[in-house]
Design a protein around this ligand. Structure first.
Ligand code: ADP
Length: 257
């Protein structure tokens, strides 16, 4: 492993991540934690902890992204998540496409052009439906772990239709479906269909240029991966460490100075 040359911090609304890259731009180490209320201290602690883990006596240049990017002390650059996810995914995969980043509280569709620059983007940060929060909220209501949702959706023998496009009303629908004795996995599958429908509608506004690339924590959900491919008819690709793409892109930009 060549020495770490730059750090990227993604201070997200749900998780806070830090990534180290070497001079060749390869991801060499990372840390990820649930976001705490004192984000400024948390980001500084994460940077310090990663530097210590790597045996560094001084911290390399840090670039910051995520909704809390202004709170990252000593950052040489603050860059939007759109630019960072696009740059990270382009470098990790070696090509562009339409990137969909689904995080804890927002979702973005980004058309990636030459050199990993975003050509067009659309964002939903106003409504929980169409974000990780939608699945987290409904998983809690169903008593199912978020990490198990996707596999259960794919294994479901049937699918319940969830017609509400709002998280709160979807919850009412779930309660009445449970009351009617509907199969839990069929409800979970319907919830995924609803989420994916919203995300694909947003992605279509920027144009679906294959392949479809997924990043953000929700990219790890196999149900979302499969249903995104079904809904668009496009191949779906994931970079390695999809949840770290924002922090990775930031680290690449810190490397450039
Ligand atoms: P942000 O950057 O907006 O803080 P992330 O990109 O870290 O958010 O995504 C957080 C979301 O990812 C949460 O809603 C969480 O439920 C989901 N998530 C994280 N890991 C997994 C997993 N292994 N399977 C399914 N969903 C996951």
């Amino acid at each position: 492993m060549t020495a770490p040359a730059a750090f990227g911090v993604d201070a997200g609304s749900t998780t806070c991540k830090v990534v180290a890259v070497n001079v060749a731009g390869e991801l060499v180490a990372s840390r990820l934690e649930a976001t705490r209320p004192r984000l400024e201290e948390q980001a500084a602690d994460l940077v310090r902890a990663l530097a210590a883990e790597l045996g560094l006596t001084t911290t390399p240049p840090v670039a910051a992204t995520g909704y809390g990017r202004q709170l990252v002390r000593g950052a040489v650059r603050q860059v939007t998540e759109i630019t960072c996810h696009a740059r990270g995914a382009f470098r990790a995969l070696g090509h562009g496409g339409t990137l969909v980043d689904i995080g804890g509280q927002d979702a973005k569709a980004i058309r990636i052009g030459a050199e990993g620059r975003p050509v067009d983007f659309a964002m939903n940060d106003k409504c929980a439906a169409g974000t990780g929060r939608f699945l987290e909220h409904t998983a809690a209501r169903l008593g199912v772990a978020v990490v198990d949702l996707g596999a259960r959706a794919l294994a479901a023998p049937a699918e319940e239709r969830i017609s509400s496009t709002c998280t709160v009303f979807a919850e009412s629908e779930i309660i009445s479906l449970i009351g009617r004795g509907a199969d839990l996995d069929a409800i979970i599958r319907g919830l995924h269909r609803s989420l994916v429908g919203r995300i694909v509608a947003m992605a279509r506004t920027v144009g679906l240029t294959p392949p479809l690339i997924l990043s953000g924590g929700v990219a790890l959900n196999p149900g979302v991966q499969t249903m995104m491919a079904e809904a668009t008819g496009l191949p779906v690709l994931l970079p390695p460490h999809p949840q770290l793409m924002g922090a990775y892109g930031a680290a690449l930009l810190a490397l450039e100075g």
